[in-house]
Design a protein around this ligand. Structure first.
Ligand code: ADA
Length: 567
């Protein structure tokens, strides 16, 4: 859950904002000349609305915010796609270049309470300025203020809470956790109250370190364990106190007591062997683009759990906090990953790429740290991990993730397998393979490629010195057009997809060397008509077990049968 506050004033800016669309360049546009002629909802991708389909350019948004004169304040943007420029009273206050990355914007001080907020969201590719998005990935990248915006008013001339992070420790069964309370303008000796589940816990320390953090370990008085079957949550709360012991700023977060481990070839959750069964999922619905309603998220999780899934990979970008909240509450394990899709040398050699990737990686961990559902961090899906030029960014990403969070596993999905040069870096080896689909033309029975390919992958990983690491299939699948059932049962039929997925699930899950399977993918999702993905019927990636309206294809029953049979 995004950290919540009761003492400081927070205001959601969801609602109708003034809007106009233009095709000028971001660098030549003049704020004063923008004629706002429409009103659209925030959050929402403008190009998912019927008025602006496939519009590439700048979505110009305007609203008014109210900040008491003299009060420090910031805006929390959960996602502005792709480049977001934020102006307050005409002053450029921030520019963010990853469309899925949450970011904070300080509101400049003013004597006026009423402030004009303008957001320019440019959804055109601009490799020079924004290498993380490169160009056409195999999923449509919408534009606009696609996730929530919140205004925070901070206490005047005092320290305030930047973040509260709870890490379950090896003694998690007895309720042992580490607490990191991160402060802005920390006082030398900070007074604060700390409680878990409403019970105040006396804390002796109060001396922030050089970065403004206070750390301590403590215990949950009445610990209950989090797992997919028992998604129990606890609540931690910190309150900063003034000289008179009065609380003036606070932060509240939810967390879960659980432990994920990789030992030898296996995964363990809370000490029990764990087999991952699940889906890759894009945050997408045709009527809403990437701003999926929470009810749809709820239904998606229920559809997956109803099929016997315990796992979802949030492909291929920061997850929406509302989705993660639901995974915490309903009990679905998550792989969350940083934006990346198939980039190669051009991107890795871009002078800004490493820094932009690092910034986005850090914001992902910062935002999602307390979700017990997340058991692994991922990054750079199918990106040049067979080439030396990618090594520095892969190494740095792993170091950063380990430094920020020692309690979760690290992985990336590779399509190279035999040629991959980064497998030494990860805790779990994750491979994307498409036997029976790509490269399966002119094969008499393409499904027969599945089992031998899995054997070959295992052989390659083991023989290269990684026999002691867990191995999973992170993508496998085939396209099926919803409703296309045909006696030939050939490519694109529901029958072919159902056969292939069933064979994949059986071949992986029946093999003790593999620790799980994550099918590509949950529901059909829009892609581009150009670039890498030319040739996708309907300009959708149709490998969903459900279509984009969540209507089940034949694969639904086939996979469900196998997954539920494993419990
Ligand atoms: C890759 C990629 C997915 C999707 C898939 C496919 O493995 O990671 O995003 O593009 O291929 O359908 O080909």
């Amino acid at each position: 859950m995004n950290t919540t506050h009761t003492l400081r004033s927070t205001t959601s800016l969801s609602g109708l904002w003034d809007f106009t669309f233009c095709r000028e360049s971001l660098n030549s546009i003049t704020l004063a000349d923008i004629a706002f002629n429409d009103r659209i909802p925030v959050p929402m991708a403008f190009d998912a609305l019927p008025m602006y389909p496939k519009h590439r350019g700048i979505g110009c948004y305007r609203t008014t915010i109210s900040v008491p004169a003299g009060s420090p304040a910031y805006l929390m943007f959960e996602a502005v796609s792709m480049t977001g420029r934020i102006y307050i009273d005409g002053q450029l206050c921030a520019e963010n270049k990853c469309g899925y990355e949450p970011f904070k914007v300080t509101v400049p001080m003013s004597d006026n309470a009423s402030r004009e907020l303008i957001v320019l969201a440019d959804n055109r590719f601009d490799f020079g300025a924004r290498p993380m998005h490169e160009e056409y990935f195999d999923f449509y990248q919408y534009g606009g203020i696609t996730r929530g915006v919140t205004l925070h008013i901070l206490p005047v001339e005092r320290s305030s809470i930047r973040g509260l992070y709870i890490t379950p420790l090896p003694g998690y069964r007895e309720g042992e956790v580490r607490v990191d309370l991160d402060l802005d303008n920390a006082a030398a000796k900070q007074r604060f109250n700390f409680s878990i589940d409403g019970e105040t816990i006396p804390v002796e320390v109060g001396q922030p370190d050089a970065t403004g953090k206070i750390h301590f370990t403590t215990k949950v008085a009445d610990p209950t364990i989090w797992s997919p079957a028992t998604p129990n949550l606890h609540i931690a709360r910190a309150e900063l106190l003034d000289e008179n012991e009065a609380a003036y700023d606070d932060a509240q977060v939810r967390f879960g007591l659980r432990r994920i481990e990789a030992r030898g070839q296996n995964l363990f959750l809370n000490g029990e062997p764990l087999e991952l069964r699940g889906y890759n999922r894009h945050e997408f619905h045709p009527n809403f683009g990437p701003t999926t309603p929470e009810l749809q998220m709820f239904q998606d999780i229920h559809l997956m759990k109803g099929m016997g899934c315990n796992f979802v990979r949030g492909s291929h970008y920061h997850q929406d906090q509302r989705f993660l909240d639901l995974c915490d509450e309903l009990g679905l394990l998550v792989w969350e990953e940083n934006l990346g899709w198939g980039q190669r040398e051009k991107t890795f050699k871009h002078p800004d790429f490493a820094a932009q990737h690092d910034k986005a990686l850090r914001s992902m961990v910062d935002m999602s740290f307390n979700h017990p559902s997340i058991i692994m961090w991922g990054f750079l899906n199918e990106c040049g991990s067979n080439e030396d030029y990618a090594r520095p960014v892969f190494e740095e990403s792993v170091q950063t993730l380990r430094a920020l969070d020692s309690s979760r596993l690290i992985t990336f999905a590779t399509m190279f397998v035999e040629g991959d040069k980064m497998l030494d870096l990860v805790d779990i080896i994750s491979i994307n393979i498409y036997p029976g689909w790509y490269g399966a033309l002119d094969v008499e029975d393409p499904v027969s490629q599945v089992a031998p390919r899995i054997e070959a992958v295992i052989e390659s990983v083991n023989s290269r010195g990684f026999a002691d690491k867990p191995l999973m299939v992170s993508e496998i699948g085939a396209e099926a057009l919803y409703g296309w059932r045909d006696a030939h049962e050939d490519f694109f039929t529901e029958q072919y997809q159902a056969r292939l997925l069933a064979e994949a699930c059986r071949s992986v899950l029946d093999n003790p060397r593999m620790c799980g399977i994550c099918l590509w993918h949950f529901s059909d999702a829009r892609t581009y008509s150009a670039g890498y993905s030319i040739g996708r019927p309907r300009t959708f990636n149709n490998k969903g077990t459900f279509d984009e309206y969540r209507r089940p294809k034949l694969a639904h029953a086939a996979v469900k049968d196998i997954f539920l049979g494993r419990d």
